[in-house]
Design a protein around this ligand. Structure first.
Ligand code: ADP
Ligand code: MG
Length: 693
């Protein structure tokens, strides 16, 4: 069923067919699977007066006026929308003068957007995908209590077009939809059959039908993904790494005895899980999850020693140079302190050419046993002699392919991935379902929660005074600016100026330092070193310090423009303090917080120090799509998935998938033939990836 066929469908024609192609719909099947963006029913529409805290709402109203403000280089259009509530809504468009002709008095409009409480009243910032003008038919249908589907439209492809073409296809082509699941399975879990799901996702009669359709389609997605993961897990499980590790307990015991602290129970447990894996014939593939500061590094190091002791090489990859350096230095110091001699090397892209050439040679000849580095490790000419073990710190900062690239430098090396982003378990299963999971769910003794306070701009002086008090006792502070994109020159300048001002006006008696991503690695290293050695009291930083940095004497974290950071990032930043036993503080300074999401984020930060609670809240606020954005799992279609709601479904899909692969690893038995076909279609390329790794 191709584009050719699309144009011959009643109501489509060549022009619409090529428009559909442009948005990625090439066949009748793809059109049937082109799901609505919104489903709207009158019960889902909220009156302006009932909107309390912002968040996304369906709003149905009439345009009652508009005003245009023209300034040099700026254009603001303010549209007034009235829905019968006492106060109208202002819908603001910035720099879109060409939108003006659309805003006609009396037009009916449906919005789905975030309402902000601003000092000018309730306001929605206009954006292209968040509204539709309604025609008389749609208005009536909604008033009559119908559920209306709204699609991704273009000038040519209107909602009316989709509805009418799809209505036709339901009569002529729904029968061609193949069922992926065996009947036993749909019946057992009370899932719609596929035809029903497709019909009801486009034309639900009731909200319950819509929910059932959504559930079935989500189940498909999750099942396919879990099949992939189950297959990969099975594949890796069958591999034989041909390495025997012989742990010399003497060295090991000595190491543990010389640790400056006692491992927590959780660390002990996790270490045991890892060691058990190492002794198995199949390569380890394990994710170590633990909140910021829970002590993952030492667990990795103790595991690595097993491998080094047996004559294999080990590599640790970290996402930033600062972090790689910090690991390198602390591993080295630790080894030296116990007289443990292993040749170590730091590999980053900041190295000189000659230095790098030598390093690479030593690695390939096995002269270097333990390598710590950044992405620089992934370059093709980095070849190991006997790589037995890889550790990827801050796993969520890397993509799937980067991980596979590092893996491919050895023959089925044992892999330990670490992450401080405490995805809820359901997400871990989805994202990393082919890995085993170890969780450090306990912080080292004596840690106190970081006292966290959200402060408005006008309290700034108070906060500074407090910091000065702490500095006087010899403690240190971080001040962070939200310079996520290092290319944002003007912000960088702001951070630089700020550092100078802080030095000259506020922290006159102390030393203020500045660190940011634009500095050379040598410069960064010496600044971090100076901070560790207390030659710097206040370190002004862009978010380069976000991950992993460990300076236990730092007790204060001041985050500027905190509203611009996501929750996970705020929590990570806060984790830079509270690492020693002294009481630590985190101040979040924000400008005027106009969106309710930022408001919620600040409140959650004040309320909890628990990374898992933070992650759950983050999921609530942002939805799974965005969380996954960074995590790179393009395979999953998240439009319909609501992981909060669909956790049960996820567990179910996982169970069924692992069950199928267990009994039918190639997915070829007659009862699975349809699933198998879907699976091959979806993962034709990625399956190669499974087998090369
Ligand atoms: P993260 O899990 O965030 O990577 P780190 O491994 O950097 O945390 O550990 C944070 C700090 O806690 C480090 O200074 C480390 O030396 C220390 N630490 C680790 N384990 C323990 C423990 N069992 N008792 C006390 N301190 C510990
Ligand atoms: Mg860490």
């Amino acid at each position: 069923m191709t584009e050719e066929e699309l144009r011959y469908i009643k109501g489509i024609g060549p022009k619409n067919a090529s428009s559909l192609k442009r948005i990625g719909v090439n066949s009748i099947r793809e059109l049937l699977f082109f799901f609505p963006r919104w489903h709207v029913h009158k019960s889902l529409i909220t009156k302006l007066e009932a909107i309390e805290t912002g968040g996304k709402y369906f709003i149905l109203g009439t345009i009652t006026g508009f005003e245009e403000l023209k300034r040099p280089g700026r254009n603001i259009i303010k549209v007034t929308i009235f829905d019968g509530s006492p106060e109208p809504l202002t819908w603001v468009w910035f720099n879109r003068p060409y939108m003006r002709p659309l805003f006609i008095k009396g037009k009916k409009i449906l919005l789905y957007d975030t309402v902000e409480n601003t000092r000018w009243g309730r306001q929605v910032t206009g954006s292209n995908d968040s509204f539709f003008f309604l025609d008389a038919f749609e208005e009536k249908a909604l008033a009559d209590g119908e559920i209306l589907a709204f699609y991704k439209t273009t000038k040519i492809l209107t909602n009316a077009f989709y509805r009418s073409v799809l209505a036709g296809l339901m009569k002529t082509h729904l029968v061609d939809i193949t069922e992926m699941l065996p009947p036993g399975l749909t019946a057992k879990h009370e899932l719609y059959i596929m035809k029903e799901a497709i019909l009801k996702i486009h034309f639900p009669q009731t909200l319950a039908e819509l929910e059932n359709a959504r559930k079935r389609l989500v189940f498909n997605e999750l099942l396919i993904l879990q099949l992939f993961l189950a297959k990969r897990k099975k594949f890796l499980g069958k591999k034989v790494k041909n390495r025997n590790y012989t742990v010399s307990t003497a060295v090991y015991d000595e190491l543990q005895n010389k640790l400056p602290f006692k491992l927590t129970k959780a660390q002990e447990r996790v270490l045991k899980e890892i060691k058990t894996d190492l002794m198995k014939p199949a390569p380890m593939n394990r994710l170590l999850q633990g909140d910021v500061g829970s002590g993952k590094t030492i667990v990795a190091l103790l595991s690595i020693i097993t491998v080094l002791e047996s004559g294999y090489q080990a590599a640790v990859m970290a996402p930033t140079e600062i972090l790689a350096e910090q690991h390198f230095n602390s591993f080295k110091k630790f080894f030296a302190s116990i007289g443990y001699n292993k040749s170590m090397l730091l590999l980053t892209s900041g190295m000189g050419a000659k230095e790098r050439r030598e390093a690479i040679k030593d690695i390939s000849e096995g002269k270097v046993e333990f390598v710590v580095g950044t992405h620089a490790l992934l370059q093709e000419d980095v070849v190991f002699k006997k790589l037995g073990f890889i550790v990827i710190d801050e796993r969520h900062k890397f993509g799937v392919f980067q991980r596979l690239a590092l893996e491919s430098k050895g023959v089925f090396p044992d892999a330990l991935m670490m992450t401080a982003t405490p995805f809820p378990r359901a997400l871990v299963l989805t994202l990393y379902g082919d890995t085993d999971l170890s969780v450090i769910d306990e912080l080292p003794a004596g840690r106190q929660p970081v006292f966290t306070k959200w402060q408005p701009e006008k309290k700034r002086a108070e906060v500074y005074n407090f910091i000065i008090q702490r500095l006087k006792t010899g403690e240190q502070a971080f001040i962070v600016y939200p310079l996520v994109e290092e290319s944002a020159k003007s912000l960088l300048k702001a951070a630089e100026q700020e550092a100078v001002q802080l030095q000259n006006l506020i922290f006159k008696d102390f030393k203020v330092g500045l660190i940011h991503g634009r500095l050379s690695s040598g410069e960064k290293e010496s600044i971090m070193e100076a901070f560790k050695e207390k030659k710097i009291d206040v370190l002004v930083s862009t978010t380069v310090i976000e991950v992993g940095i460990d300076v236990s004497n730092a007790t204060i974290m001041l985050i500027e423009h905190a509203e611009r950071f996501g929750l996970a990032q705020l929590h990570q930043l806060r984790g830079r303090v509270g690492r020693g036993s002294a009481r630590s503080y985190c101040y979040l300074i924000t400008g005027w917080v106009s969106s309710s999401d930022s408001f919620k984020r600040m409140k959650i930060m004040e309320q909890t120090n628990d990374g898992f609670a933070v992650a759950e809240a983050d999921l609530d606020i942002r939805g799974p799509g965005e969380l996954f954005g960074a995590a790179q799992h393009g395979e999953l279609d998240f439009k319909l998935i609501d992981l909060k709601k669909d956790r049960g479904l996820l567990e179910l899909a996982r169970e069924e998938a692992f069950h199928i692969i267990e009994n039918d690893p190639e997915i070829i038995k007659p009862e699975n033939s349809q699933i198998g076909a879907f699976f091959k279609e979806r993962f034709s390329q990625d399956l190669e990836m499974v087998t090369i790794s």
